[in-house]
Design a protein around this ligand. Structure first.
Ligand code: ZN
Length: 133
């Protein structure tokens, strides 16, 4: 997995920079444009694994972790995982101290399981008890 981290670290770092730039550009110049709604939600009346991610991401950016977890815990999971990965890998690369968290496929599997599980729970809440996201 050493080679994978060698490639993954710059890719994740560049992706995070691009996402941050995209968020800043959107907030500065395009926030009047509404975010598209979910096709699965609109047409099938079901929550998909991605439902709530935009609201969870927005809440996380505003520092409201609990509201972010309520909408979709996958966003906080991936944000925290990415932050820990980048921070420890950066420290390791700058100092030589072997503290870098290495990528493991199980981290992705857990995250995607969290997204799917969240959708299942929200669909159950909605269609059995009428509680909507
Ligand atoms: Zn959706």
């Amino acid at each position: 997995m050493k080679d994978l981290d060698h490639l993954l670290y710059p890719a994740v770092l560049i992706s995070c920079i691009l996402v941050a730039a995209g968020v800043l550009i959107y907030v500065r110049w395009f926030s009047h444009i509404p975010v598209a709604t979910c096709w699965v939600y609109e047409e099938l009346h079901l929550y998909c694994p991605g439902c709530g991610c935009t609201r969870a991401f927005t809440a996380l950016l505003q520092g409201d972790v609990l509201r972010s977890l309520r909408y979709n815990p996958g966003v906080a999971y991936f944000a925290l995982g990415t932050a820990v990965y980048l921070l420890t890998q950066t420290v390791q690369r700058l100092t030589g101290w072997r503290c870098g968290v290495r990528f493991r496929p199980i981290y992705l599997h857990l995250g995607f399981g969290l997204l799917v599980g969240n959708a299942l729970v929200w669909n159950l809440l909605w269609h059995v008890w009428g509680i909507q996201m």
